[in-house]
Design a protein around this ligand. Structure first.
Ligand code: DLZ
Length: 163
């Protein structure tokens, strides 16, 4: 049998920071609430969750980077809502936000999850922030928990232990 390493969904004992952008907060707040609720339902205490608010999705990578420098966390969840307008502005912000958050995950010692909606319409944003298509804030929170526990499992793993 090969060894399989994976992270569980137990949030007890994990310190998690949620960085949430304020743009389109009608949907962002529901995603933030979903993320907090998911963490608490999986064992995180209120005191172990820190919410950091920033202006827009463009700022998410900058603030998440600063969070990792400022205090100890086991994982960071980024939450934002981008809704396409009439100009290419959306594409520039979405690109920076996505590649910035992805790059951070590679640079930092802790996982950074991506709870950023990139929608063409408000209807799509509504569907993904707690109605028909689920709650992407909740999904990002659970991905962060799984990743933090996976990193712990990797840190503890010794391939030579049983040989
Ligand atoms: C400027 C802007 C626009 C047009 N649209 C959004 C959006 O849909 N979602 C979002 O999170 N932020 C948006 N922003 C704000 C930028 O992310 C950023 O905060 C500003 O350009 C200031 O740097």
């Amino acid at each position: 049998m090969p060894t399989t390493l994976e992270g569980n969904l137990i949030a007890e004992g994990l310190d998690v920071a949620i960085v949430a952008a304020r743009w389109n907060d009608a949907f962002g707040q529901d995603m933030l609430d979903g993320a907090i609720d998911a963490l608490e339902r999986h064992g995180a205490s209120e005191a172990s969750i820190t919410v950091v608010r920033c202006p827009g999705s463009f700022e998410l990578p900058q603030v998440a980077h600063r969070v990792a420098q400022s205090f100890e966390v086991d994982a960071i969840v980024c939450i934002g809502v981008l809704i396409r307008g009439e100009t290419p502005h959306f594409d520039y912000i979405a690109g920076e936000s996505t590649s910035g958050i992805g790059g951070l995950g590679l640079d930092l010692d802790v996982p950074v999850s991506f709870g950023v909606l990139t929608c063409d319409t408000m209807k799509q944003a509504r569907a993904r922030s707690g109605s028909k298509a689920g709650n992407k804030g909740e999904e990002a929170a659970m991905a962060a928990v799984e990743m933090a526990n996976l990193y712990d499992a990797l840190d503890d793993y010794d391939p030579d232990r049983d040989s």
